[in-house]
Design a protein around this ligand. Structure first.
Ligand SMILES: NC(=O)c1ccc[n+]([C@@H]2O[C@H](COP(=O)([O-])OP(=O)(O)OC[C@H]3O[C@@H](n4cnc5c(N)ncnc54)[C@H](OP(=O)(O)O)[C@@H]3O)[C@@H](O)[C@H]2O)c1
Length: 264
């Protein structure tokens, strides 16, 4: 039987790369359900995925909105018999000091990266516990383990979702459901565009060069349906995260040298 895979934030970047990876590797073995807001971009990803042999459905939803998330799960019940894998990934961020952010920017980050991911995660967990199997993969970030200057709200959102996923894992493990957090460093997507950032990310780029989204997707494919707690992309960032856990003060000081804020 086909496996059903729900991917949020599938219209671009990491979510799109994960959709293409599963389609390329497994073709007709998967029914991929792609979720995001931008219909044109989602349809374009859907037709690429379809051309690789997978079955595909597109669901439009603003994942910052509780009602839209409820609709996604109602629709899922109609179109798929089971839910095998959820790549809970849609998210956003703004690189600037908290005091310079608008209330709306803060709300968008918290609504999508925290509330939206938690609602998708808990609804997927309920579904999977009932069927007795499944895997939920959360896109956290290196910023869900470390502290980057000028990313205060984003770090708060990613630490929050890492905490949620870690506790959810304990709750659902006895029911045959796995939970993994994915912690990428910089990735070449619309999200991490140094030209769009309010601060100078050139030092970050030199120290931690952005990797292609396809590399994250390949890592996600490898750990799908396995009991993996967390992965870092690239894997060497696990050492960096561990150094942060052991020497938080020194590491935070070091991080402040990686990003520069223009005079305001
Ligand atoms: N790129 C990096 O350096 C990096 C590093 C670590 C972690 N991450 C995380 O990776 C995840 C994916 O980001 P990306 O790098 O692939 O960026 P991206 O190319 O900008 O993709 C973001 C995706 O999230 C979707 N999205 C955003 N707001 C949404 C909303 N309100 N409702 C529904 N979908 C929404 C977007 O779709 P629509 O606009 O069509 O709705 C898009 O598909 C995020 O959680 C991000 O925090 C990224």
């Amino acid at each position: 039987m086909q496996k059903t895979i729900l991917i949020t934030g599938a219209s671009s970047g990491i979510g799109k790369a994960v959709a293409l990876e599963f389609a390329k590797r497994d073709g007709a073995k998967n029914h991929l359900i792609l979720v995001a807001r931008n219909q044109a971009k989602l349809e374009a990803v859907a037709s690429e995925v379809k051309s690789l042999g997978a079955t595909v459905s597109v669901l439009l939803a603003d994942l910052g909105k509780t009602a839209d998330i409820a609709k996604v799960f109602t629709e899922l019940e109609k179109i798929a018999p089971s839910l095998d894998l959820v790549f809970n990934n849609a998210g956003l961020g703004f690189v600037k000091e908290a005091r310079l952010m608008s209330d709306n920017e803060v709300e968008q980050i918290i609504d999508v990266n925290v509330k939206g991911m938690i609602l998708v995660g808990k609804k997927a967990a309920a579904h999977m516990v009932e069927q007795g199997h499944g895997h939920i993969i959360f896109t956290s970030s290196l910023a869900g383990y470390t502290l980057f200057p000028f990313w205060s709200v984003y770090c708060a959102s990613k630490w929050g979702i890492t905490a949620f996923a870690n506790v959810l894992r304990q709750e659902v493990a006895p029911h045959g459901v796995q939970v993994t957090t994915v912690h990428p460093g910089p990735v070449q997507t619309e999200f991490f565009d140094p030209n769009k950032a309010d601060v100078d990310l050139s030092t970050t780029e030199k120290t931690m060069p952005a990797i292609p989204a396809s590399e994250v997707a390949a890592d996600v494919y490898k750990i799908a349906y396995t009991d993996t707690k967390r992965i870092f992309n690239p894997p060497k960032l696990a050492m960096f995260a561990e150094a942060f856990r052991l020497f938080p003060g020194k590491m935070q000081k070091m991080m402040s040298k990686l990003v520069e804020q223009p005079e305001k």
